[in-house]
Design a protein around this ligand. Structure first.
Ligand code: HEM
Length: 263
């Protein structure tokens, strides 16, 4: 095992993981107001409405695929009666469809950023670096899947015998870089691109992935009510005070009362 392989398959992934966790902690402590997707929906929404759900829903399935393929040992899926060939196609067919959705969505998002002037002007250097690194991780992953899994015969390349145990052993401090050093170059390139993206994640708009508005689905309704007395007679007996407005008074009496009305 040479030093370069040890760097690539032991030091680099750990440096990326450290950068991720330290970076997330630092960003949260120093920049909570900047912790946002920096939405540009206000500038352009037609392309966004198509591309964004395609990209994000595709990514949800890609992430589920990664968790299944990398975290769950082969012996477990065999134990519940899923043959290796069945697993291969269960992973490859939906995975390829999800990958296509992610790529079409990403192309739409980037196209929109380039052609819409306001969205382009709202694109920072960090966004540009992020898009390049995200694109590399996605394209190398998709290329590995298509070239080795989809068109790689009935079994494809069995990454559950190599990449998955390599990652699990790495994470429990029992690094075995020789496994990754022998993996196909497509998966080597993808793993490096993946960890590089993980390393820059906290310093980009990708932090918004940890602030998905899940609470939105269960929060109480926000009730908006009219300020205009003419649309609804004011009920004097309620416990709260009526809302007053600076530019439109509810009643002549209120107008006189309003200290800011200049009357
Ligand atoms: C955050 C960074 C990453 C992104 C954005 C990413 C994205 C992708 C994409 C788009 C695919 C194509 C699969 C599909 O078409 O559904 C893929 C496949 C794959 N990725 Fe990643 N990946 C990342 C990190 C990693 C890492 C760090 C590893 C290894 C430790 C890894 C291992 C794999 C494997 C084994 C496949 C093939 C899955 C299959 O074909 O069933 N990925 N990845």
């Amino acid at each position: 095992m040479n030093y370069f392989d040890t760097f690539l398959w032991v030091a680099f992934p750990w440096l990326a993981i450290a950068a991720f966790f330290i970076g997330i902690f630092w960003r949260w402590r120093s920049d909570q107001f900047g912790w946002t997707s920096h939405s540009t929906q206000i500038y352009e929404s037609t392309l966004l409405r198509i591309s964004s759900p395609m990209f994000h829903w595709g990514m949800v399935f890609v992430i589920i695929g990664h968790l299944m393929g990398l975290a769950i040992p082969k012996s477990w899926t065999r134990a519940v009666g899923i043959s290796d060939v069945a697993y291969h196609w269960i992973a490859t067919i939906p995975g390829t469809i999800a990958g296509v959705a992610v790529i079409i969505g990403l192309v739409g998002l980037i196209y929109r950023r380039v052609v819409n002037k306001s969205v382009f002007l709202a694109t920072s250097t960090s966004d540009k670096i992020m898009y390049v690194m995200l694109g590399l991780a996605i394209l190398t992953g998709f290329f590995a899947t298509v070239s080795l899994q989809l068109f790689g015969g009935a079994h494809g390349y069995d990454y559950r015998e190599t990449i998955s145990p390599w990652l699990r052993q790495l994470l429990i401090f029992n690094a075995q870089p020789e496994i990754m050093a022998a993996a196909p170059w497509q998966f080597q390139a993808h793993t490096i691109a993946g960890f590089a993206l993980i390393a820059v994640w906290p310093f980009t708009r990708l932090v918004h992935a940890f602030s998905a508005p899940v609470g939105y689905t269960t929060r109480p309704y926000v009730v908006y009510r009219s300020r205009d007395i003419r649309t609804q007679p004011m009920r004097r007996h309620v416990a709260w005070e009526p809302v007053r407005s600076s530019n439109r008074s509810s009643s002549p009496a209120e107008k006189d009362e309003a200290p800011w009305s200049g009357a």
